[in-house]
Ligand binder design. Structure first.
Ligand SMILES: N[C@@H](CCC(=O)N[C@@H](CS)C(=O)NCC(=O)O)C(=O)O
Length: 198
């Protein structure tokens, strides 16, 4: 499997997912500041020109959450996804989808001091509701789905890990504690060294 990424990008999250699974991959570092030629060539894999991307034979997967979900299902014996069709899958999907559809847009815009003028029409709503959603979804103890760590923690937790820096106030103690639990995982530390040394 070829993993197109850069260690200082959202690709750190997919690298973390690989490390949690402990499966082999071929890392291909994409230099986003590289030549136009290189960047245009990469668009044959992802027309958005964005990393990360995963190539598994003739399957191409883009989007961080989709890559993590695909990998968890591809290696079911590693136990990082609830059984397809199980009731746990409902909460699992929620943790996989909320980050990209809601949290990323609302906080990326807020970081630029912009709020959508009609939050009831914008899919991501507003900062107040997004913060309430985070508070409700962050587990008091353990992981998103309970005692078992899953890809939901890599995607939801990986997003929070970055977003807490964009909050206008300090994260609440239980959000901060969850992020600390994630950061203490050996697979997280092995794949996020570039961030701590920057
Ligand atoms: N929705 C995408 C976002 C990926 C993304 O924005 N990646 C950035 C790096 S962190 C990128 O490739 N930017 C280069 C560009 O847009 O040209 C995902 O979740 O994978």
């Amino acid at each position: 499997m070829q993993h197109y990424f850069h260690p200082m990008s959202r690709g750190a999250t997919t690298a973390w997912m690989f490390a949690e699974l402990d499966v082999e991959r071929e890392d291909i570092v994409v230099d986003l500041s590289g030549s136009d030629e290189e960047r245009l060539a990469y668009r044959a894999i992802n027309p958005m020109g964005k990393i990360p991307a995963l190539v598994d034979g003739d399957v191409v997967v883009t989007e961080t959450a989709a890559i993590c979900a695909y990998l968890a299902d591809r290696f079911p014996e590693r136990g990082l996804a609830p059984e397809p069709g199980s009731r746990e899958r409902g909460a699992y999907y929620r943790y996989l989808f909320v980050p990209g559809t809601t949290l990323e847009p609302v906080f990326s815009l807020a970081a630029l001091d912009f709020e959508h003028p009609a939050p009831q029409s914008a899919g991501w709503g507003d900062v107040t509701r997004a913060l309430a959603t985070i508070e409700a979804m962050v587990p008091e103890n353990g992981w998103a789905l309970g005692e078992r760590f899953t890809a939901a923690d890599v995607v939801f937790g990986g997003t929070l890990d970055v977003l807490v820096g964009l909050f206008s106030s300090e994260p609440s103690p239980h959000v901060a504690a969850y992020v600390e639990r994630l950061r203490s995982r050996p697979a997280y530390q092995a794949t996020h060294a570039a961030f701590s040394s920057s």
